[in-house]
Design a protein around this ligand. Structure first.
Ligand code: PMP
Length: 391
């Protein structure tokens, strides 16, 4: 018998990120594809992790839930920024990045046959996890150019079988930050239909201009039915560390803990000391982070617009969605390949974040990441200028 894999993985190909990275490397393109900063996180944070290794504090298994000072730091952070009270002993689990957090939350909530609402475009790991849990995905698209949901489409997605909705705000890839009104609309439907929320808030500190991140858990009656997932990756420019967390009401968090305990059990110990230090950084850190990213966003936006692309300023995250229909005739995957090969800039085709029925909504858009050194963004802008000749 030839070796064969299980059905649950047989249909999954390599992710679009690896395909783009490979192509970008082959053509030496400026890579604005993956959301991976090309600069380091704060030195004090790195030093704290190194010290915890060198003095022997953190070279063995840590507690499975995460070290106590980190859990206390997460609780204090959520209290300081959003006024939410979480129990650092029973209401938070440290996970291997937000990626494991979302996976564990889905496994902890979804029974076979349960419907799970996914707002499109959605981060690519959500769907396999829903399917592995035996859940049935129900899609609600955000519509361009404002990337808002249609209220009737949202309402129609809620049925007596709906178990959970997965939200992401600030949103990858559109850069939307959901308003209080939008969140309240979703919350009202969740309360009416007794639906739980998995809220992926990894970009919580990356908001621009007047946009303000509002955690779903901070809306009235929503804490009790929301698992909030976040991560140190984007806030502290340490995507390689893979330290994330899930917080919420004790019962739901206990479910997450049971999944976590049987998958990874515990996380890299020294880095937990590092992130404990990161959560102690003062308010200025977050102000500087936003100022840095506002500058990078504006640099890229000006370049994209000068090149003939149509792009609104994102309110959050570190991505810009740009409409290329004035400079290229084809879909987003064609344009991405063209841009890498002919122009020397890599981006991501967002149709991979949509179900087949809704891919057309993003046929003429691509996503650019601006979490890069200014010199890299400037080089990309210089190369993109060649596109303007096509307008
Ligand atoms: N959710 C979203 C929306 C993301 O964009 C990412 C990372 N790109 C993740 C989750 C994964 O985060 P982590 O690296 O902390 O696992």
């Amino acid at each position: 018998m030839p070796a064969r894999m299980a059905h649950r993985v047989a249909g999954l190909g390599t992710t679009i990120f690896s395909e783009i990275n490979d192509l970008a490397a082959q053509y030496k393109a400026v890579n604005l594809g993956q959301g991976r900063p090309d600069f380091d996180g704060p030195r004090v944070v790195i030093d704290a992790a190194v010290a915890a290794m060198q003095d022997g504090r953190a070279n063995q298994y840590p507690p499975g839930l995460g070290i106590a000072p980190l859990r206390q730091g997460i609780a204090a952070h959520v209290q300081d920024f959003y006024g939410l009270e979480i129990n650092s002993e029973t209401g938070v689990v440290v996970t291997s990045g937000a990626a494991e957090g979302v996976y564990a939350a889905i496994m902890a909530l979804v029974n076979p046959g349960d419907e799970v609402i996914l707002i499109e475009p959605f981060f690519d790991t959500y769907l396999p996890a829903v399917q592995w849990a035996g859940g049935v995905p129900v899609y609600v698209p955000l519509h361009p150019p404002a990337w808002t949901f249609n209220v009737d489409e949202l309402r129609a997605a809620f049925t007596e079988r709906t178990r959970a909705i997965i939200l992401n705000t600030p949103h990858n890839p559109t850069g939307r930050v959901f308003t209080r009104d939008e969140l309240a609309m979703i919350a009202a439907l969740c309360l009416e239909h007794d639906v739980m929320v998995i809220s992926d808030e990894v970009y919580e500190h990356l908001t621009y201009d007047l946009a303000k991140h509002i955690p779903m858990a901070s809306l009235p009656y929503m804490f009790e039915r929301t698992l909030t997932v976040s991560s140190a990756a984007k806030t502290f420019s340490l995507t390689g560390w893979k330290i994330g967390w899930v917080y919420g009401p004790d019962t739901l968090v206990t479910g997450v803990w049971r999944v976590h305990q049987n998958v990874t059990y515990a996380l890299n110990h020294p880095r937990q000391y590092g992130i404990t230090e990161a959560l102690n950084l003062d308010a200025e850190y977050y102000i500087d982070l936003q100022a840095m990213y506002t500058h990078k966003r504006d640099l890229l936006l000006a370049g994209l617009r000068a090149a003939g692309l149509i792009a609104d300023a994102p309110q959050g995250s570190f991505y810009v969605m740009a409409d290329f229909s004035r400079v290229f005739d084809g879909d987003d995957v064609d344009f991405t390949r063209f841009l890498i090969r002919e122009i020397g800039v890599a981006c991501i085709p967002p149709s991979t974040f949509f179900s087949d029925d809704h891919k057309h909504l993003t046929r003429s858009h691509v996503r650019f990441a601006f979490c890069k050194e200014d010199a890299v963004l400037e080089q990309a802008v210089e190369r993109l200028a060649k596109l303007s000749l096509r307008v």
